[in-house]
Ligand binder design. Structure first.
Ligand SMILES: Nc1ncnc2c1ncn2[C@@H]1O[C@H](COP(=O)(O)OP(=O)(O)OP(=O)(O)O)[C@@H](O)[C@H]1O
Ligand SMILES: [Mg+2]
Length: 402
C-alpha cells in the first residue's frame, strides 16, 4: 500500500501518525514545506520518499506528488488547512477516500452547519456574511449575544463574542482582514468534544473530552491555565445527547474513514448544540490523552483504519485524563518554575507526562499556541481527584519569565 501523507512532520503529532502508517506496513510518501534535513529521525525512518513543496500551492504539490512515480492507494492529511487539498488530490488521481465535496463540508463552517441542520440536528442560529453591513443585519436578526468568526478558522483566532451593537463594532474593526465570517447565536453552556476514528462512516473508536473553561474564555484570558479532560466514561447518560448528535453529524456530512474531531455545547437546560467538526485528529495533545486513557496507540490505529479499514486495539478505558496548559508570568525567557517539586512529590504517580518549558527557554506566544509554555498530563480512574489535581496544578505551579 502506497500512502501519500501531506504534512508528515507538522503539527508535531504528525510525526507519530507518520510512524503509525509505517508501523502498519504502508509505504509512506510525504510532502511538506521544509527541506528533508529538517525532518526528525522518526519521520525520516518512516518515509519511503519525501518532496519539499509548498502545500499552499496546489500545482506545486500536485507536481511533487507525481514526481514520486508511484501509484498511490491513499492520500491522507490530518492538518486542518490541507484536508481539502488531500481530497482534491484523491480526485485528481482517482483514489478512494473522502471526496472534495465531503471535505468541504468538514471545513466550511457555514456549509457544515447547513448540512447538519438539514439533517434535523440543532446548530446555533447562523448566517454567512461578507460585509460589515451584512454582519450587522444578521446580528439584529439573530439577537445578542452573538459570535463572529472566520468561515475557515482554527485555534479560536479572530473569534469574538459580542454582547451588544457597540461590541460588534469593535469586533468588526478587528476582523477587517477576514474575507468571510460566520455570525452565530452565542450558545451558553459547557463545551465538549466528540472524537472518533471511523471506518466507512462507523466509529470504531470514540471519545469525549470536556473543556475547562470553554476555549474562547481560555483564549481570551492569559492568567487561565486551560484544561482539557478526557472522560473515562463517554457513554454516561449525561453525555448521551452529545454522542447521538455526533453520530448524526457524521451521517449528515458523509464521513468515511479516518479521524474526526467535533465540538459541541450542552446548555444548562440539557439541550445539546453542534459547534464544529473537522475531518482530522484533534490538536493540543488530545490524541495523547486518549492514548493515556486506555493505554492504546491511536496513531497506529488511525493508520490501520485508513490503510486496512480495520481497528485492532482493545479499548479498556481506565483513566480520566486531564491536560493543563501553563502560561508563564512575565515576558521573555522562563527564569524559574515554582511549586513543581511539591506537586510531583504529592501527585507524581498520577502524572503521565510533564513538559513545562525549562528555565532559559523563550516563552511561546499563548495566543498562537494552545500548548503555551508547556503542560502536564494527569490521570486517575475517578473524575473528582482528576479535576482536583488539575486545579491544583493550575493554582500552585507557576512559571516566571523576564
Ligand atoms: N455559537 C457559539 N456559541 C458559543 N460559543 C462559541 C460559538 N462559536 C464559537 N464559540 C466559542 O469560540 C470557540 C472557537 O470557535 P470554533 O471552535 O468555532 O473556532 P475554531 O477557531 O475552529 O476553534 P478551535 O480551532 O480552537 O477549535 C469555541 O470553542 C467556543 O468556545
Ligand atoms: Mg473549535
Amino acid at each position: 500500500m502506497n500512502v501519500l501523507f501531506l504534512a508528515p512532520n507538522y503539527p508535531p503529532e504528525m510525526v507519530d501518525f507518520t510512524r503509525g502508517l509505517a508501523d502498519v506496513g504502508a509505504r509512506v510518501y510525504g510532502i511538506a514545506d521544509g527541506p528533508v534535513g529538517q525532518l526528525g529521525p522518526t519521520v525520516q525512518n518512516a518515509l519511503a520518499g519525501y518532496r519539499q513543496a509548498k502545500l499552499y500551492d496546489r500545482d506545486a504539490t500536485l507536481q511533487a506528488a507525481r514526481s514520486f512515480g508511484v501509484r498511490f492507494d491513499r492520500v491522507e492529511c490530518l492538518w486542518e488547512p490541507f484536508v481539502e487539498l488531500a481530497a482534491d488530490l484523491r480526485e485528481v488521481f482517482g483514489i478512494p477516500g473522502m471526496s472534495l465535496d465531503c471535505a468541504r463540508g468538514f471545513r466550511d463552517k457555514e456549509l457544515m452547519k447547513q448540512r447538519v441542520e438539514a439533517a434535523g440536528l440543532r446548530v446555533p442560529h447562523h448566517a454567512r456574511a461578507h460585509t460589515a453591513d451584512e454582519v450587522r443585519a444578521h446580528a439584529e436578526r439573530i439577537g445578542y449575544p452573538i459570535i463572529v468568526k472566520p468561515i475557515a478558522g482554527a485555534g479560536s483566532a479572530d473569534t469574538f463574542r459580542c454582547n451588544s451593537r457597540q461590541e460588534l463594532e469593535v469586533a468588526l474593526g478587528k476582523t477587517q482582514h477576514v474575507r468571510e465570517v460566520s455570525v452565530e447565536e452565542f450558545v451558553d453552556g459547557e463545551e465538549y468534544t466528540f472524537d472518533t476514528i471511523c471506518v466507512d462512516g462507523r466509529p470504531v473508536f470514540h471519545n469525549v473530552a470536556w473543556y475547562r473553561p470553554r476555549p474562547l474564555q481560555a483564549r481570551s484570558n492569559e492568567w487561565i491555565s486551560p484544561q482539557v479532560v478526557v472522560l473515562r466514561n463517554p457513554d454516561q447518560p449525561e453525555l448521551r445527547g452529545g454522542i447521538e448528535l455526533g453520530l448524526g453529524v457524521l451521517r449528515a456530512l458523509g464521513m468515511g474513514t479516518g479521524f474526526t474531531h467535533m465540538e459541541w455545547y450542552k446548555k444548562a437546560n440539557g439541550e445539546v448544540v453542534f459547534g464544529e467538526i473537522g475531518a482530522r485528529s484533534a490538536g493540543g495533545h488530545l490524541v495523547d490523552q486518549m492514548n493515556y486513557s486506555s493505554d492504546v496507540d491511536l496513531f497506529r490505529e488511525w493508520a490501520r483504519a485508513v490503510v486496512w479499514k480495520s481497528f485492532e486495539a482493545t479499548v479498556t478505558r481506565k483513566y480520566n485524563v486531564a491536560i493543563i496548559f501553563k502560561r508563564a508570568l512575565g515576558q521573555g525567557r522562563i527564569r524559574r518554575i515554582e511549586g513543581l517539586e511539591a506537586y510531583m512529590a504529592k501527585y507524581g504517580k498520577y502524572v503521565a507526562t510533564e513538559q513545562l518549558l525549562r528555565p532559559g527557554t523563550r516563552r511561546r506566544d499563548w495566543k498562537q499556541t494552545l500548548v503555551s509554555d508547556g503542560f502536564v498530563v494527569v490521570r486517575h480512574p475517578e473524575l473528582a481527584p482528576t479535576l482536583e489535581m488539575a486545579d491544583e496544578f493550575g493554582e500552585n505551579v507557576r512559571l516566571y519569565a523576564e
